[in-house]
Design a protein around this ligand. Structure first.
Ligand code: ADP
Ligand SMILES: Nc1ccn([C@@H]2O[C@H](COP(=O)(O)O)[C@@H](O)[C@H]2O)c(=O)n1
Length: 214
C-alpha cells in the first residue's frame, strides 16, 4: 500500500543525450491529459548551472560542465523542498551559447508531479532524498555521442570540432567517474533510450499509483 503524495518527484538521470529530455517530455505530455495542464512540470538540472557572468567567454568555455561542482545543487534542492511545502520558486534560465545564466527566471508554482531530469541528479544524496522514484537512462555511450554531436551543432550553436574536443576532455571522463556509478542509486534502469514504450507506461503507472489517482 503506497501512501498518497501531495507532490510526486521523479528523477531521470543518465548520460548527456541518453534521452532524458525526450522521456521526460513524453511523460509530461501524456500525463497532462489526465492530471490537468497545471498539475505537472519538468525541471531541467541544466537550469541550475552556476552563474558565470563574472567570467570572460574564453574562461567560460574551459569550465568542466560535467563535474558536480558546475551545478548549484543546493539551490535545486531548496527549490524542491519549497515546492513540496506548497511555495512557488524562481527557476533560473540558462544559455548554452553564453555558457551562463540569463537575467530572467521562470516562476514554477507547486505541482502534483515534478519530473526532474539531468546528468548528475543521482550523484547527490540530498537530491535523491527528495525523489519518490529515480530512473537511469542506460543508452549506449556511442549512441549518446552521435546524438549529442548533431544536437549540439544544430541546437546549441557548437562546431563539430568543439563538441569532439569537449567530449574527450570532460564529457566522457566525467560520465565514467560520476554519472555511470550513480546508476546504482536508480530504482529503474531504462535501456535503449527515450522511446522505450514499456518504460514510459511503467513510469506513468507508478506516478498514478503514488498520487492514488488510478
Ligand atoms: N530513441 C531515440 N531515437 C532517436 N533519437 C533520439 C532517441 N532518444 C533521443 N533522441 C534524440 O537524441 C537527442 C538527445 O536526446 P535528449 O532527450 O535531448 O537527451 P538528453 O536530455 O538525455 O540530453 C535529441 O535530438 C533527441 O531527439
Ligand atoms: N555551458 C554548457 C553547459 C552544459 N553543457 C553540457 O550539457 C550537458 C548536459 O545537458 P544534456 O541536455 O546533454 O543532458 C553536459 O554534458 C555538459 O557538457 C555544455 O556543453 N555547455
Amino acid at each position: 500500500m503506497t501512501s498518497k503524495q501531495e507532490c510526486v518527484i521523479i528523477g531521470i538521470a543518465g548520460a548527456s543525450a541518453s534521452g532524458k529530455s525526450l522521456i521526460a517530455r513524453t511523460i509530461y505530455n501524456e500525463l497532462r491529459r489526465d492530471l490537468g495542464t497545471d498539475q505537472i512540470e519538468v525541471i531541467n538540472e541544466d537550469a541550475y548551472y552556476k552563474d558565470q557572468t563574472h567570467l570572460t567567454m574564453e574562461e567560460r568555455v574551459k569550465t568542466n560542465y560535467d563535474h558536480p561542482s558546475a551545478l548549484d545543487h543546493r539551490l535545486l534542492c531548496d527549490h524542491l523542498k519549497q515546492l513540496k511545502r506548497g511555495e512557488s520558486v524562481e527557476v533560473p534560465t540558462y544559455s548554452y551559447t553564453e555558457h551562463t545564466r540569463l537575467a530572467e527566471t521562470v516562476t514554477v508554482t507547486p505541482k502534483k508531479v515534478i519530473i526532474l531530469e539531468g546528468i548528475l541528479l543521482l550523484t547527490e544524496p540530498e537530491l535523491r532524498a527528495q525523489m519518490n522514484a529515480s530512473i537511469f537512462m542506460d543508452t549506449p555511450l556511442d549512441i549518446c555521442f552521435i546524438r549529442r554531436l548533431s544536437r549540439d551543432v544544430e541546437e546549441r550553436g557548437r562546431s563539430m570540432e568543439s563538441v569532439i574536443e569537449q567530449y574527450q576532455r570532460t564529457v566522457r571522463p566525467m560520465f565514467l567517474q560520476f554519472i555511470d556509478p550513480s546508476k546504482q542509486h536508480a530504482d529503474i534502469i531504462v535501456p535503449r533510450g527515450g522511446k522505450n514504450r514499456i518504460a514510459i507506461d511503467i513510469l506513468k503507472a507508478k506516478i498514478r499509483q503514488l498520487l492514488h489517482t488510478d
